[in-house]
Write a protein that binds this ligand. Structure first.
Ligand code: SF4
Length: 374
């Protein structure tokens, strides 16, 4: 696909003159970061809305999984590994004890950030007298290397506390609950790289919504937007891959095979959202020796975990589901900041609240209707 300049793309979008609101959900936190950091919203026609959706794995990681990780970390035999932005995510529960992995570390737990499964294997090999637990939370792009690590075989002292999720079921759930949730979709480029663009065809075929796969630079997002707007103007809906240099219709079949070999898919809880059918990865029984929930079943017992309601005013679930923009949460930039996060969306680099705050964006353009206001 020939790359056009931002100016050309914006001019093209302007020339299409949308006369009524066009609400485009961008699922992926990476897209939200590109959009916000490039200030794309301020360049667009007032009728075009870009609504961040449920594409932040840290934001939707259920509190009971984080509580399990904290509980494991507090065991002195355990080194608990996690991707870095999970460390500060708070849990709200009646259970006594630290409310985040970072708080556990400040109480003496050996909690270490890692960047990849390779780090986890290296740390396990370097600490053979300890039990190393890799708290692996993420979407398909994260799960594929975890599956590769497990399939290859890991040191005896390494187990995985898995909290993996698939993205498309959350979008399907949003649309099955409310067909009007948005008018078009920018589907996640990274996920599609693994799972294939075809996975997103259901949005156009079953729900009649224009859908485009986009890459992560501003021009790619704008090209996807142009494609979506053109579809609406032509009164048609189809899936268009605007990131063909990386994303193939069938995706990375080798990675998918590894995922199938190592994990099964079942219903799973999403923080603030609830159980979503066919959305969670679980290790297959044949990998029970690698499963931290099996090896440490007493420590990962969830029966005593009782979640509390989020703090008054916190609207994290509404932000994750695209019902509110971050600045419509009353705590945004007030009680809740990157330095003192109250909800997970203010912690993760892929959380909409964090992205907006760290990009200096304090409110959506007042001239544009909000997702709730349409
Ligand atoms: S500002 Fe904080 S409390 Fe409000 S939605 Fe964002 S993360 Fe949640």
């Amino acid at each position: 696909m020939r790359r056009q300049s931002v100016e050309t793309l914006i001019a093209g979008l302007d020339a299409m003159h949308p006369e009524r609101p066009f609400r485009v959900m961008n699922v992926c936190g990476g897209h939200e970061r590109s959009i916000t950091q490039a200030g794309l919203r301020s360049l667009l026609d007032k009728h075009i809305e870009l609504i961040p959706g449920p594409g932040c794995p840290v934001c939707i990681c259920p509190e009971e999984d984080i509580a399990q990780a904290i509980h494991l970390a507090l065991n002195e035999q355990v080194i608990l590994l996690s991707f870095g932005d999970m460390l500060r995510v708070p849990v709200f529960s009646h259970t006594e004890g630290p409310r985040s992995l970072l708080a556990a570390r400040s109480q003496g737990a050996d909690v270490r950030p890692v960047a990849s499964p390779l780090d986890a294997v290296a740390i396990a090999r370097a600490n053979v007298t300890q039990q190393v637990v890799f708290f692996a939370a993420g979407f398909e792009t994260t799960m594929a290397p975890v599956a590769a690590m497990v399939a290859e075989g890991v040191p005896d002292n390494l187990t995985v506390l898995l909290s993996g999720r698939l993205t498309w079921p959350a979008v399907a759930m949003l649309l099955s609950n409310d067909e009007q949730a948005f008018d078009a979709l920018i589907a996640p480029g990274h996920v599609a790289t693994i799972m294939g663009s075809d996975e997103w065809a259901f949005v156009a075929e079953q729900h009649g919504l224009p859908t485009a796969i986009a890459g992560f630079h501003g021009e790619s997002v704008l090209a996807a937007l142009q494609c979506l707007l053109q579809q609406r103007s032509d009164n048609r809906a189809q899936l268009v891959n605007c990131y063909p240099e990386v994303v193939k219709p069938q995706g990375n079949t080798q990675a998918q095979q590894l995922l199938r070999e190592v994990m099964v898919v079942s219903a799973a809880n999403w923080r603030g959202i609830g159980v979503v059918e066919d959305s969670g990865f679980t290790l297959r029984p044949e990998f029970a020796t690698v499963n931290a929930r099996v090896r440490f079943s007493e420590l990962t017992d969830q029966s005593s975990f009782t979640p509390l309601a989020p703090p008054a005013g916190a609207r994290c679930a509404d932000v994750v589901l695209g019902r509110l923009y971050p600045d419509q949460c009353p705590l945004f930039g007030n009680e809740c900041t990157p330095r003192h996060p109250i909800g997970p969306c203010m912690v993760s680099d892929e959380g909409a609240c964090r992205i907006w705050m760290s990009s200096g964006m304090r409110s959506v353009d007042e001239s544009k209707p909000t997702p709730e206001g349409v």
